[in-house]
Each structure stands twice: as structure tokens, then as C-alpha cells.
Design a protein around this ligand. Structure first.
Ligand SMILES: Nc1ncnc2c1ncn2[C@@H]1O[C@H](COP(=O)(O)OP(=O)(O)OP(=O)(O)O)[C@@H](O)[C@H]1O
Ligand SMILES: [Cu+]
Ligand SMILES: [Mg+2]
Length: 768
């Protein structure tokens, strides 16, 4: 199955989005598709054996819309903005024309509308033939897109809001035309031959105005992407065949050698090969202190080189760079559909046909009861126009776009609207210890052997241990290797290396079998680990991880490794608890060590000695709240009874956390952790600062609030407007909704929704 994201053009409302979705789904081989009106994007799952990009694009084209692939859209950013600008320019011209003409028509019809005698208005202005001449260009030039799109969807047996506007204004125009040509028809019925050209012209103009304001405001919702892309360097100085040249970064190839001078932005991702410098990586790590870079170190595109100059070899370019990846994620997230939107989608699906039905009923009732063709026509036009569901289609996607964008600006990558929506419902948050609560840069603090300390035995054992650990990617292994280096111990070679996840590692060095790992594991394989207990217990209660080293089946030494807490951990745990969440720690480490760390950060529910394959199971049991399988924790651990399914978030960084991240309702990965954890997660905290979780939850709350306000704004216009337009108040108060007011309400409902969504940009992390 392949996945594809397309940018779309030509949609004017959520009804169009439905049409595009249907068109794509009708292509054989398309498995699943999701069209987002707010982001103007379609994400498609398809079987590449049965179909391809061209076929899908052709189907979209046939439905009357255009599309291009996302990478193309990114590359051709300039031409895209140019075409958008031209579109806007045309809209402005139409708006001005419609506006000026509408003013004349408005004054012309004022005496009739108000029933007053207004002598300052020249009488020729309400001459029907002049009004006809003025209205025709507005209706058919300014409003052409409504007819064109309405017709297109009619051909596909669907209806969109363009259909409603075309029908509404078309009816007003046609009615007036008939009256102009054959006034006798009405007079013979005892009715006055009034024309309603101003309704047609003003509604078209108002809706164009609404669209213009809406598109301008919508441009601001994707500001985050533009900011991110703006971080990128424009050019790179590459050295090809000993010649230095400045080229655009789009032309940089993998393995190009690139020179970076002090103060410059690093253009792409790569590895330093010559020179030394410090680099400000705040964008990636959130750490404001510049990092030292030496040959062999990795550098990341868009970070800023500070002091020295260096050469590096490009390893990732174009759409593979770290920054491009982030941009892609944010774009995809902005285009994804929040579950709350399904409601709006379902409503819009049957809305337009329902409105047409209501309009027809209105006409029939008025015509039959009152026998008044004029009244019947104008109420029908009012219903058609007020009922446009366009604001409904904008309510969710605009907030989601702003929300995910704000997240990205704060170093929180939210991969989909669904996680953004779920985050505010989190009840239990599970934190991994190593690398999540702690910095994940452990160091060896103590080391004893069964022969005591400070003797040659110690260095021999250290050599054996470090030799084995060099083959492990575990952070603890790294600590052992570093310690050996600091003691100037040289490493030997290892055979039959084996890592047992969650337990330890083993290998053969100089014909000795070396096994390093947890106390439990050594016990399991028949080695007594207890001879150094007097050291072990003290270290563990200080929160240090103790690892056991056995050679040829007998314990030879133990080592204490300490991993400092992140400075923000305790504060973040407290903030999460203040938000009403249950905070739980989950670790593969020993119980005593885990308890000591938990105490330091203020967590009182701990699952320790959890093997990697059990982490997901624990998340699952927390979700369904079955009494937890492993009673390895403190007394008050999760024994509240009768809790229903809980929304559980998991925060982790390691490969061993990936299944748990995937199992959790919301998986949150630490950006400085492993790629596998990031891939398995729904939210990534780029800098690894746990305060980001608090921000993410607050952002989720703010976004959901905003969406609810939007849905209210969108619904209220339609719910109140339709019955009034249908004339429900006429028998009581004599009130009718003038179709022009309906047009204005319609236009401003979308504007108010988008404006409200933009208010989210004022979101401040940490402020409740
Ligand atoms: N390469 C290794 N060298 C020594 N001990 C190891 C190694 N790998 C795992 N262990 C032992 O197994 C234990 C569990 O490891 P695991 O990777 O599951 O969790 P962790 O990294 O300690 O903690 P967390 O689950 O919080 O990330 C470690 O605490 C350590 O004692
Ligand atoms: Cu509309
Ligand atoms: Mg870990």
C-alpha cells in the first residue's frame, strides 16, 4: 500500500471536499482517502499495482478540481504564490466592480425596500432596464465561478454551496428579468411589478467579499510552515573538483563537501570532515548552549554555525533533511481530520440537498397560502442563501491548522489532528525513566570487584566489560565504554556477542565468557549475584543503576551508573499532576533505583523491572484498567476499582519503548531519542523538555475549545437563519429576512470562524 498527499485547488466549501473525496475513492485501487478542505489537501492510500498518481489526478481533474503533489507544491513555492496572487487580483477586481454597481442598485431599490419617498435619489436609478444592464455583469462575470462550479457538481449529481448561491441569485435574477420583460403578468394577478436585481448583485458581491476575507485570513493559518521553511539556508558553498562555488541548496547532492563559515546557517544535514566549531542547535535540542563539533560529528541543516569554520559531507539533502521532515509532518498533520470534524462532515453531506428541499417547501407553502409569487420567490431565495454550510466546513480544519502550527513553533510536533484532539483527554501519563525523566547520558560513578578496589584486577575486568559493551547501543553500555576510556583501558575483540533486551549483554573475550546485566538476569542464568550486596543497596537507594559483571559464570564485580535528572523533570511532573493527571513511571531498571528516582521527581506510582515486551502490556492494562499484572509497585499503586477505559499517554525515547508508544492512546517521543521511538509516536517533543507535554495538553484544550466555539458560530447562523428566512416569523411579527441580509450573514459566518481560529495564535505555553 502506498501513501500520497496531494495539494488541491478549486474547492469552495466542504461540499466540494466531499466531491473530491468521492472522485478519488471511485478510482479502482484507491483504498482510503481523506480530503481536508481547510488545508486544501488530500491524503490517499492506494495500491500501486492498480493505480498511480496520474490516474488519481485525472479523476480529480474530471470532477472539476486541480491537484499537485505536496513535494511539487513545496518546490514550486514561488509559482504557487504567484498563481495564488493572480487569483486574488482577479477576485479583488470582481469585488470592486460588484461593490460599485451594488451601491447604485442599493440606492435605486431603497425607496421600494423602505416604502419611503426619498426625493434625493434620482428616479432613473430604479428603472428596471437600467438595473438589468447593471446587474447582468455582476451576476455572470463576478459570480461566474458559482455557476461554473454549480454546473460541474450538477453533472456529477452532487450539490455544493456554489449550487445554492447560483440557485439563489439566479432565481432572483430570473424573476426580475421576467418582471422586466412582462410586467403585465404580475399586474394581472394584482401584484406590483417589483424587480429584485439588487438581491442578485449584492449577494454575489457579499459572498465574494466573504471569500476574499476568508482566503486572506486562511493564509495566516499556515504561517508556521512558512516560518519553518524560512529557517532554511538559501545557498550552500560546495567544493566540487577543488572549486568552491555557491549553489542553491536545492542543487546540493549527497556526498557533496560543503564549507561553512562562522555565523552561517548550515545548509543541509551531514557529517563534519575537517575543522572544528561550535554550533547553535537550539532549534533541534532546545539547548541554548552551542555544541562543539569535531570531525565525525553530525550537523543538522538550518542550525547556526558560531565560532569556527569547517567542512562537512552532506548525508541528507532535499526532502530528507531533518527540517524538511518536520515541515512534511506538520503539513500532514494540518491536513489530517480530527474526529470531531466527522460531525460537521456528516452534516454537510446531507445539508445542501436538505436546504434545496426546504427552499422548495417554502416556495410551495407561501405560494399556496398567500398566493403571492413575489413573497414566495424571495423567501425561497433567502433560504437558499442563508443555508450555505461553508462555515461548517471551516470550523475544525482552521483550528487544527493553527493548533498544530503553534505546536511546531513551540517544539512540539503533533502528527495528526486526532492526537491533538485526544491529548486534552489524557487521564494517565506514563513516563519512561532512562532518557525521558533523566538525561540519558549516564556515567559510571562507582566500580568494585570481588577482590576489592584499586588493584590491577579491576582494570582487567573493566577491559572485559567495556569490550563487550562497545557492541551495545544501550546508553548504559556507552557509559561503561566512556569510563574505560577515561581509565585508559584499551579494548580487545569480542566473539559471539549477544544482547538480551531488558536484561543485559554477553560475549566471549580472550576465551572468557563475559556477562553483564541485571541482578535478576544473572540469577536466572544461575549466577549468584549477592556477594557485593553491601555496596549495591547503598547505590540503588541513591537512584543509581547497578549492573553486574560475571566472568565464566561467577560474579566478578558491580558497577554503579548514575544518570542525572533533566532539570525540568520534577517541575513537569508537578505541572502534570496539577492538571489532574495520574503520573506513572515505567522502567526496565531495578525497583530500588526506580523508587529513588521517583521520589526525587515526585512520582508515587512505579512499575520497575519491566522487560521491553511487557511495557506495551502494562499500557494496555492501564487503558482497560484490569488489575495490573505486575504488582511490583508501591502500595497505592492503581488499586482504585471499577475504572472504565482510560486515556493513557506514554512518553519514551528508546527502542524498547516503541511498542508501548504505539499501544498508548497518545504516544509521545523525546526528539533526542531514537528514530524508532519517534516513528512509533503521535507527538514528538523536539527538545526533549518534559514541560512540552504540559504545553501539548494545554494546546489541545485550547484547540478543542476553539473548535467548539467555531462549530457554534457555524451552526448558529444556519439554525437561526433558515427558519427566519423561510418566513416563520412573518405570521407573528411580519418579519422576513431580506435575502441581502442573508447573504451578509452567510459571508460573515465564515469570516468569523476563521478569525476565531486565528485567535488561537495568541496561545501562550504555560499560561492556563
Ligand atoms: N547493554 C547493557 N549493559 C548492561 N546492562 C544492561 C544492558 N542492557 C540492559 N541492561 C540492564 O537491563 C536493565 C533494563 O534495561 P532496559 O533497556 O529495559 O531499561 P532502562 O534503559 O534501564 O530503563 P528505561 O526503561 O527507563 O529506559 C537495565 O537497567 C540494565 O540493568
Ligand atoms: Cu456558503
Ligand atoms: Mg529508556
Amino acid at each position: 500500500m502506498d501513501n500520497l498527499t496531494l495539494k488541491l485547488r478549486g474547492m469552495s466549501c466542504a461540499g466540494c471536499a466531499n466531491n473530491v473525496e468521492q472522485a478519488i475513492l471511485s478510482v479502482p485501487g484507491v483504498i482510503d482517502c481523506n480530503v481536508n478542505f481547510g488545508a486544501e489537501q488530500a491524503s490517499i492510500n492506494y495500491d500501486s499495482k492498480l493505480t498511480n498518481l496520474e490516474k488519481i489526478q485525472a479523476a480529480i481533474e474530471a470532477a472539476g478540481y486541480s491537484s499537485f503533489s505536496l513535494s511539487e507544491a513545496q518546490g514550486e513555492d514561488d509559482t504557487e504564490t504567484a498563481s495564488r496572487l493572480a487569483e486574488q487580483q482577479e477576485l479583488i477586481l470582481k469585488l470592486k466592480t460588484g461593490g460599485v454597481i451594488s451601491i447604485f442598485l442599493f440606492f435605486g431599490s431603497l425607496p421600494m425596500m423602505t416604502g419611503l419617498n426619498l426625493p434625493f435619489i434620482p428616479s432613473f436609478l430604479h428603472h428596471p432596464w437600467l438595473q438589468l444592464v447593471l446587474t447582468t455583469p455582476v451576476e455572470f462575470w463576478c459570480g461566474w465561478s458559482f455557476f461554473r462550479n454549480g454546473w460541474k457538481s450538477l453533472k456529477h449529481h452532487t450539490a455544493t454551496m456554489d449550487t445554492l448561491i447560483a440557485l439563489g441569485t439566479g432565481t432572483a435574477y430570473l424573476y426580475s428579468l421576467v418582471v422586466t420583460l412582462f410586467p403585465g403578468l404580475l399586474i394581472s394577478q394584482g401584484l406590483e411589478p417589483h424587480v429584485y436585481y439588487e438581491v442578485a448583485a449584492m449577494v454575489v458581491t457579499l459572498i465574494l467579499l466573504g471569500r476574499f476575507l476568508e482566503s486572506r485570513a486562511r493564509g495566516k493559518t499556515s504561517e508556521a510552515i512558512r516560518k519553518l521553511m524560512g529557517l532554511q539556508a538559501k545557498t550552500a558553498r560546495v567544493i566540487r573538483n577543488d572549486v568552491e562555488m555557491d549553489i542553491s541548496i536545492a542543487e546540493v547532492r549527497i556526498n557533496d563537501v560543503i564549507l561553512v563559515r562562522p555565523g552561517e546557517k548550515i545548509p543541509v544535514d551531514g557529517e563534519v570532515i575537517e575543522g572544528a566549531s561550535t554550533v547553535d542547535e537550539a532549534m533541534v535540542t532546545g539547548e541554548s548552549l552551542p555544541r562543539k563539533k569535531l570531525p565525525g560529528d553530525e550537523v543538522i541543516g538550518a542550525t547556526i554555525n558560531k565560532t569556527g569554520s569547517f567542512k562537512f559531507r552532506a548525508t541528507r539533502v532535499g526532502k530528507d533533511t531533518f527540517l524538511a521532515q518536520i515541515v512534511k509532518w506538520v503539513q500532514e498533520a494540518q491536513g489530517s481530520k480530527a474526529p470531531i470534524q466527522r460531525l460537521a462532515d456528516q452534516v454537510t453531506g446531507w445539508f445542501v440537498p436538505a436546504v434545496i428541499a426546504i427552499a422548495i417547501t417554502t416556495f410551495v407553502i407561501w405560494f399556496n397560502i398567500m398566493g403571492n409569487l413575489t413573497l414566495a420567490t424571495m423567501t425561497t431565495v433567502g433560504v437558499l442563501i442563508i443555508a450555505c454550510p461553508c462555515a461548517l466546513g471551516l470550523a475544525t480544519p482552521t483550528s487544527v491548522m493553527v493548533g498544530t502550527g503553534i505546536g511546531a513553533e513551540n517544539g512540539i510536533l503533533i502528527k495528526g489532528a486526532e492526537s491533538l484532539e485526544l491529548a486534552h483527554k489524557i487521564q494517565i501519563i506514563v513516563l519512561d525513566k532512562t532518557g525521558t525523566l533523566t538525561q540519558g547520558k549516564p556515567t559510571v560513578t562507582d566500580f568494585v570487584t570481588v577482590h576489592g578496589t584499586a588493584n590491577s584486577n579491576e582494570l582487567v575486568l573493566l577491559q572485559l566489560a567495556a569490550t563487550v559493551e562497545r557492541n551495545s547501543e544501550h546508553p548504559l553500555a556507552e557509559a561503561v565504554v566512556q569510563y574505560a576510556k577515561s581509565q585508559e583501558v584499551s579494548l580487545a575483540t569480542v566473539n559471539n556477542f549477544l544482547a538480551i533486551a531488558g536484561s543485559g549483554v554477553q560475549g566471549v573475550v580472550n576465551d572468557h565468557l563475559v556477562q553483564i546485566g541485571t541482578q535478576r538476569w544473572l540469577t536466572e542464568i544461575g549466577i549468584n549475584p549477592d556477594s557485593l550486596q553491601q555496596y549495591q543497596l547503598g547505590w540503588e537507594s541513591a537512584g543509581k543503576t547497578v549492573i553486574f559483571i560475571a566472568v565464566d559464570g561467577a560474579l566478578q564485580g558491580i558497577m554503579a551508573i548514575s544518570d542525572a535528572l533533566k532539570p525540568s523533570s520534577a517541575q513537569a511532573v508537578k505541572a502534570l499532576q496539577n492538571l489532574g493527571l495520574e503520573v506513572v513511571m515505567l522502567t526496565g531498571d531495578n525497583q530500588q533505583t526506580a523508587d529513588a528516582i521517583a521520589l526525587q521527581v515526585g512520582i508515587n506510582q512505579v512499575f520497575a523491572q519491566v522487560r521491553p515486551d511487557q511495557k506495551a502490556a502494562i499500557i494496555q492494562s492501564l487503558q482497560s484498567n484490569v488489575e495490573t499484572l505486575h504488582a511490583t509497585s508501591l502500595p497505592n499503586n492503581l488499586n482504585k476499582t471499577n475504572r472504565k477505559s482510560q486515556i493513557v499517554a506514554m512518553v519514551g525515547d528508546g527502542i524498547n519503548d516503541a511498542p508501548a508508544l504505539a499501544q498508548a492512546d497518545v504516544g509521545i517521543a523525546i526528539g533526542t531519542g531514537t528514530d524508532i521511538a519517534i516513528a512509533a509516536s503521535d507527538i514528538t517533543l523536539i527538545s526533549g523538555d518534559l514541560q512540552g507535554i504540559v504545553t501539548a495538553i494545554q494546546l489541545s484544550r485550547a484547540t478543542i475549545n476553539n473548535i467548539q466555539q467555531n462549530l457554534f458560530f457555524a451552526f448558529i447562523y444556519n439554525i437561526i437563519g433558515i427558519p427566519i428566512a423561510a418566513g416563520i416569523l412573518y405570521p407573528i411579527f411580519g418579519w422576513l429576512l431580506n435575502p441581502i441580509i442573508a447573504g451578509a450573514a452567510m459571508a460573515f459566518s465564515s469570516v468569523s470562524v476563521v478569525t476565531n481560529a486565528l485567535r488561537l495564535r495568541n496561545f501562550q505555553p504555560g499560561v492556563k
